[in-house]
Ligand binder design. Structure first.
Ligand code: AGP
Length: 614
């Protein structure tokens, strides 16, 4: 998730662009840069690290001009470095981009075949070369060159392009990444998000997928990619800058909960081959021979990431038929564990910096095991220490309680399980296709599951006085129960425990009375009947049940009609996808309970987003 800003007007644009980028800092950044058209040509300045570094570079070498584009980068392709920072230039064109170009490998090869030499490892530089090529081959305008280039791109992108020979205009385009245009008085802006514009204008126009346009001093012309003119009225925004950063949501956590369908789409982008029922992820870096000779998959992770790993253990065993274990990082490092050369160690970490997980990775590597990192932050310590890395592409997560990083970890780990299954021959092409098609449709189902928000808010209100809560689930929904309990503890400070539903009678059932809310995960899966009996055991002891069940489940509805059970529905789905859905109501429930209690949801007491201490 990067941040784009663009300006065409009469003011000196460099300070204005940097200020806009500062307003997009919440989107995460590891480097930043500007390209400014000074009338005679385009000058580019880029700097790694904080925006202050870009400020310092500009102080040394001020950029004069009233037309420019700027970018804060949160790396997805190519490590954070000055060379990989945007804008990227080719010939007399400069480009900033937010998103992921899915077919970047193939386009890079094609361009190299035509003699193009790349300066960076990014997917974005491809766009600059394509536009430059079109202009050299006779495109009549920058708009036309961009339009022609778009026909080659697959994936998600919001781009802004400047060209030396068009000193008064910037061309922008959008597909699956946000882009908003701001209309001022004699000046026009574009940005990834509203906060970058609010200091200058509150009249904005949101581009839709498949639309592009030209920013000029006097206004903005909008068309579809194929050139059909579009007329759209501007909207007036009255949010404060802080409200705008949260997209109108009260907290970043709630915003991130709602971002999950999009985040999962980004994790899947370019990694699914439905025709072959296989996963395209060379970055996993495991040959068929290595996959076939695997003795064990050994997951290491902490907290929420460990719950993702625990869920993935079911998939790896069922789909790839390899024994799998999960250990929390802090235990591995002091346990003198035995790793074997044919172990695949999978380290799961949002931040990629968690010290305990990193120490486990180092121990595993020291004993000759191969390590795959599943991480969100590019080029962080754990992926760097591993042999391969599969990034989740969730974008920066600001709320301390992990939500979108969890569901994207699940997605990435299910891809790994399918990949291993296909490589080991334990999963047929048809079997792979069934799971991948289900994954492909998961974001839509997640959107439907999130529609239960109002119902969850009401349920949360009912239980605000609860001092303890239990979460029960079976199979892959057992780790989801653990995750639900962790979320609730973290942000509402209510004591909560997750249990395997079948384990309840071995102890925790003693806790149940009319004061105890019990969340039961009972979607229609192979564990359904058994979990339903566990729910009845809770009701028999007067426990208050919050059941997460499949829409249209009459048996559950009949049971709920007797009282004491609130039912929250999720859509029906293939079994592998269910954890991506059942966790959503639990996140929302925790959120509304915490918000109802008035806690600091985004920065709960005593917690840090990245835990780099023991
Ligand atoms: C999740 O809500 C937590 N804040 C925490 O458990 C977190 O998942 C854990 O610290 C691991 O972090 P990582 O994924 O960055 O390694």
């Amino acid at each position: 998730m990067c941040g784009i800003v663009a300006y065409v007007g009469t003011k000196s644009c460099a300070p204005l662009l940097v200020e806009g980028l500062r307003r997009l800092e919440y989107r995460g950044y590891d480097s930043a840069g500007l390209a400014v058209h000074g009338g005679n040509g385009i000058e580019i300045i880029r700097a790694v690290g904080k925006l202050a570094n870009l400020d310092a570079a500009l102080a040394k070498n001020p950029l004069a001009g009233t037309v420019g584009i700027g970018h804060t980068r949160w790396a997805t392709h190519g490590r954070p470095s000055e060379v990989n920072a945007h804008p990227h230039a080719a010939g007399s064109v400069a480009v900033v981009h937010n998103g992921i170009i899915e077919n970047h490998v193939e386009l890079r090869k094609e361009l190299q075949g035509r003699g193009v030499v790349f300066a960076s490892d990014t997917d974005t530089e491809i766009v600059a070369h394509l536009v430059d090529e079109k202009l050299r081959k006779g495109a009549k305008s920058l708009e036309e060159a961009v339009r022609q280039s778009l026909t080659h791109l697959r994936g998600a992108f919001a781009i802004a392009v400047v060209w030396k020979d068009a000193p008064d205009e910037i061309v922008v385009a959008k597909q699956d990444s946000p882009l908003v245009v701001g209309i001022g008085d004699g000046e026009t802006f574009a940005a990834s998000d509203i906060p970058a514009l609010l200091a200058h204008t509150r009249d904005v126009l949101f581009l839709q997928d498949g639309e592009m346009g030209v920013l000029r001093k006097g206004g903005f012309t909008l068309t579809t990619f194929d050139g059909t003119p579009v007329t759209r009225a501007t909207k007036r925004i009255d949010w404060s800058p802080t409200q705008a950063e949260k997209g109108g949501y009260k907290h970043f956590m709630l915003k991130e909960i709602h971002e999950q369908p999009r985040a999962v789409e980004d994790t899947l982008r370019g990694r699914i081959d439905l025709e072959r029922g296989d996963v395209l992820a060379s970055e996993i870096g495991i040959t068929p021979e290595t996959a076939q000779s695997l003795g064990r998959v050994y997951f290491v992770a902490c907290g929420t990431s460990a719950h993702a790993a625990m869920t993935a253990r079911y998939w790896v065993e069922q789909i790839a038929r390899v024994p799998a274990v999960v250990e929390i990082g802090s235990e591995v490092r002091y346990r003198d564990p035995v790793f074997l050369p044919n172990d695949l160690v999978i380290a799961v970490s949002q931040s990629g910096e968690t010290l305990d997980t990193l120490a486990a990775v180092k121990a595993a590597k020291a004993q000759g095991a191969r390590v795959l990192a599943v991480a969100n932050v590019l080029d962080s310590a754990i992926p760097r220490a591993a042999n391969g890395a599969l990034y989740t592409h969730a974008g920066p997560e600001i709320g301390v309680a992990s939500t979108k990083c969890f569901t994207t970890q699940l997605t990435a780990l299910l891809l790994v399980a399918v990949y291993l299954g296909r490589q080991r021959g334990t999963l047929s092409a048809d079997g792979g296709r069934r799971i991948l098609e289900a994954l492909w449709h998961a974001p839509g189902l997640m959107r439907t599951a999130l529609d239960e928000e109002a119902a969850l808010k009401a349920v949360a209100k009912k239980h605000l006085r609860a001092r303890d809560m239990l979460f029960l689930g079976r199979g892959p929904n057992f780790p989801i129960a653990l995750e639900g309990a962790l979320k609730l503890k973290e942000i509402s400070y209510i004591h909560a425990e997750g249990y395997a539903a079948g384990e309840m009678k071995h102890g925790p059932i003693a806790l149940i009375d009319e004061e105890m809310p019990v969340v039961v995960l009972c979607p229609k899966d192979s564990h359904y009947e058994k979990t339903l009996s566990n729910m009845q055991e809770v009701r028999a002891r007067e426990g208050q049940v919050i059941a997460v069940g499949t829409v249209g489940d009459h048996e559950l509805a009949e049971y709920a009609a007797k009282g004491g059970v609130d039912v929250i529905s999720i859509p029906a789905a293939e079994p592998e996808i269910l954890p991506l859905l059942t966790v959503l109501p639990l996140q929302l429930l925790s959120y509304f309970m915490a918000d109802g209690k008035g806690t600091d949801v985004d920065q709960p007491r005593n917690l840090a987003k990245t835990v780099t201490v023991e």
